[in-house]
Design a protein around this ligand. Sequence first.
Ligand code: GRF
Length: 212
Amino acid sequence: MPQPQRFEPNPDGLRVVVLISGGGSNLAALLAKEQPEQFGVQIVAVGADRHSAGGLQHARDAGVPVFVERISDHPDRAAWDRALTETTAAFRPDLVVSAGFLKLVGPLFLARFPGRYINTHNALLPAFPGMHGPADALAYGVKIAGATLFVVDAGVDTGPILAQTSVPVLDEDTEETLTERIKVAERTQLVEQVSLMARHGWTINGRRVVTK
Ligand code: GRF
């Protein structure tokens, strides 16, 4: 039986790097909460896989350092994985948060941040992994949808679950309305959970994760 892995809080505030690809509304929610004393988090950098990630501006506006590592700037995916790992590691994060980062990281990245890389997904895993969670949920006809925060492993949306939050699916929903309802709940969950991790640390015991 593998031993539980314990991650202690950083008394100076949890150092967090956030990775994004898009508009960065989850990032904005984290940045908005960064100041209050109780939050216990410092966002030390924001990284993206593309220059067009709108969320980079949220980071610049907040005075947070940004970096971009594009796969196309590297000879192959392994080289990109190495570059992303080294650039991220240079900020000495206690936690790396994928908030709409649309790339699967490679083995070097996972080995460098074991148990310290989390992702928020806009579906109730293990249902509807992948890129189209809300559309897949709607097409299936489920009545409850939501978001899952989990510790990333080598699979696609398969890692141990930190937290889940649910929202109703309404009869008149479109992909857009459901996606937006999920995002509101998802942001609240992300901020709450990262704050819990910062203040209490976390323990991973097989598939079970506890934030206290
Ligand atoms: C989130 O809903 C996340 O679950 C999905 O992409 C969205 C990112 O949104 N993978 P934003 O860039 O934080 O606004």
